[in-house]
Design a protein around this ligand. Structure first.
Ligand SMILES: Nc1ncnc2c1ncn2[C@@H]1O[C@H](COP(=O)(O)OP(=O)(O)OP(=O)(O)O)[C@@H](O)[C@H]1O
Length: 428
């Protein structure tokens, strides 16, 4: 797709107000004031060519309908000219310049007042270097690479999830960008850090912190001799991460060792493809689900809640104590569902501290009201492990110090960029 003969101005992709494949759901969250606008590319629809879209914030207030706040105009291309309604221009940039200069409306009373530059998390492909393959993900290959920060020029090692739009369905693209939207709000030492997405061209890149030891399940399989203390530390770190997420509140919905990472001696919660904002979520009962990690109410009715994450956390703790073995070994999925509903629970190691055993037992209680919150789990674990190993206290102090440092750098970073609006996108 070309933006026309804009030789002096270069391609539209070079304009700071060009946001590439930024989906509608994200547009709502970034435009802030009446007349603020951006240019993006339409989401792919089978059989239809993609077009450029002008998205403009309009009508806040008086409209209370959030959907009406942003107007989206398809920019048509005919006889080598771009137009929306009235005037045609040789380039999109000239169209934008004209409307900004004259305040002539685009349509009805919608005017362009201010362009919205790409956000700090909207990364440029040219600042990302792919180095080698790490693994295979749901959207394509996951790569190790380097990210050069726009400001300051510092370079960090990162993990990059790639997505080739031509290989994905519209739902998958939504899921990819939705995962990035969810991750943007997190800042915790035990949740994988999100750097941003590069979406101005294909393939899309989701850039995040590199966990040096990769997925937790494979790390556990490769290191079967980890001490019980180390494993206690791992379940405590995972509890801190999940407690933080629940404080937002979000339901992760896919807590499992395969969806956590391990690096720098830390468990990091990752994989937010199924995460939903809120405290309960009714999922489609016809969709496939990872039965081995599901609470009984999810198996029966697909109702997810913070307490169904607590159940999955108990199963993940079992995985950690059993070196990454698949839960309910030797059982088929149908048998797992039937037996778990019937009250069966897996055995925990005999040498595990009885209070930890008891705590995990409560996490997969049949009655969700009998399951502790993640805040209770982490404070209980801290109390129990502290008695056994006094240096767990310093572990907590270290985690809190890191959290404080991350929050401070996050705050100063946000002060430099635009203040974000306390508005949560719908359908997260
Ligand atoms: N941040 C990271 N640091 C190091 N390795 C990573 C990172 N993210 C992913 N990987 C590696 O890439 C593999 C695939 O990633 P991941 O499972 O997260 O992809 P996905 O798209 O979420 O797929 P799925 O939905 O099937 O889990 C992981 O098993 C892990 O080995």
């Amino acid at each position: 797709m070309s933006s026309g003969s804009s030789l002096q101005r270069g391609p539209i992709e070079k304009e700071s107000y060009y946001h590439g494949f930024l989906p509608r759901e994200d547009v709502k969250t970034v435009l802030k004031s009446n007349g603020e606008f951006l240019i993006r590319i339409s989401e792919p629809r089978k059989g239809e060519p993609r077009s450029f879209i002008l998205s403009v914030m309009h009508n806040i207030p008086p409209s209370v309908d959030e959907e009406a706040w942003v107007k989206h105009f398809v920019i048509k291309f005919q006889d080598n000219k771009f137009y929306i309604e009235k005037n045609a221009f040789p380039t999109i940039q000239e169209m934008v310049d004209y409307h900004l200069r004259t305040k002539d409306s685009v349509r009805d009373d919608v005017c362009l007042l201010k362009s919205l530059p790409r956000q700090t998390w909207e990364l440029d492909h040219e600042n990302i270097e792919i180095v080698r393959k790490l693994g295979e993900g749901a959207f394509g290959e996951v790569m190790m690479g380097k990210l050069k920060f726009r400001k300051g020029g510092k370079t960090v090692n990162v993990a990059i999830k790639q997505a080739k739009l031509s290989n994905l369905t519209k739902d998958q693209i939504k899921e990819f960008m939705g995962e990035a939207r969810v991750m943007r709000q997190f800042n915790h030492p035990h949740v994988v850090r999100f750097y941003g997405v590069a979406a101005t061209t294909e393939p899309l890149y989701m850039v995040m912190e590199l966990a040096s030891n990769g997925a937790l399940d494979s790390y556990l399989k490769k290191n079967p001799d980890l001490s019980l203390d180390k494993k206690n530390e791992m379940i405590l770190q995972a509890a801190w991460g999940l407690e933080y997420l629940h404080g937002k509140p979000v339901i992760h919905r896919d807590i499992a060792a395969r969806n956590c990472l391990y690096g720098d001696n830390r468990v990091k919660i990752s994989d937010f493809g199924l995460t939903r904002h809120g405290v309960s979520y009714q999922a489609d009962p016809n969709k496939k689900a990872p039965i081995r990690w599901l609470a009984t109410e999810v198996i029966r009715q697909r109702i997810f809640s913070l307490k169904t994450d607590v159940w999955a956390y108990a199963v993940m703790s079992w995985e950690i104590y059993n070196n990454g073995v698949e839960p309910y070994p030797g059982m088929m999925v149908a048998e797992v569902a039937q037996r778990v509903i019937g009250g069966y629970r897996m055995d925990l190691p005999v040498d595990l501290h009885p209070e930890i055993k008891n705590l995990i037992g409560k996490c997969w209680a049949e009655n969700e009201h009998e399951r502790p919150s993640m805040a209770d789990v982490s404070s209980e674990l801290q109390r129990i492990t502290l008695i056994q190993r006094p240096d767990f206290a310093s572990l907590e102090a270290q985690m809190k110090k890191e959290l404080m440092m991350m929050n401070n750098s996050h705050k100063s970073h946000n002060r430099k960029s635009k203040p974000s609006k306390a508005r949560m996108p719908k359908g997260m």
